[in-house]
Write a protein that binds this ligand. Sequence first.
Ligand SMILES: [Fe+2]
Length: 189
Amino acid sequence: MSVKNRLDDMIININNCLSKIPKSQSVNWSHVSEIVSITSVCANELRLTKSFTVPFGRYLIFEDEFFNVQLDVFSENYVGAPHNHDTWGVMSCISGELGISDYVMSESELTLIRKGLLKSGSSIGFLKESDWHSTETFSGQQVASFHVYGHDFNLENGHRYDPFRGIERYERGVLHDYSANSGILELEV
Ligand SMILES: [Fe+2]
């Protein structure tokens, strides 16, 4: 099986999960946990290509009207600002160790409630109602992760939290096309 086949399988399985949801219903914990399982298996079978250092950035693997899948490659010692996505999401670590912090936003006050660490093949999910989080990386193995978000996710702009300025709009970084950079993932052997 090739990396492309593996990613295609993951996308088909996510699509199958979401297509079961009636139009009158929204994505719930049961759907998110199914997608966590789907992406964990795929993330566990893949890794960043070891023979070169992949440039950090966002790579769009798939997008349709229901969800999108991005590959994030992080720089060393990255510390991201708390932000939200206005939709449900699943993050799965492919390579390295990804730190995740979860927050509760109440009346423009952000409270840290949990810190966790994802390793290859482990994932977390969130619903739209509690989607404030931040990510960080450390020194060591280059970090990459899948990010699956619902259709309300804006690929260009988002909202982040600054301790002095509060919630502010920001422009996300350049979104690269994964298909033009498909050598950056390889099968775990
Ligand atoms: Fe995020």
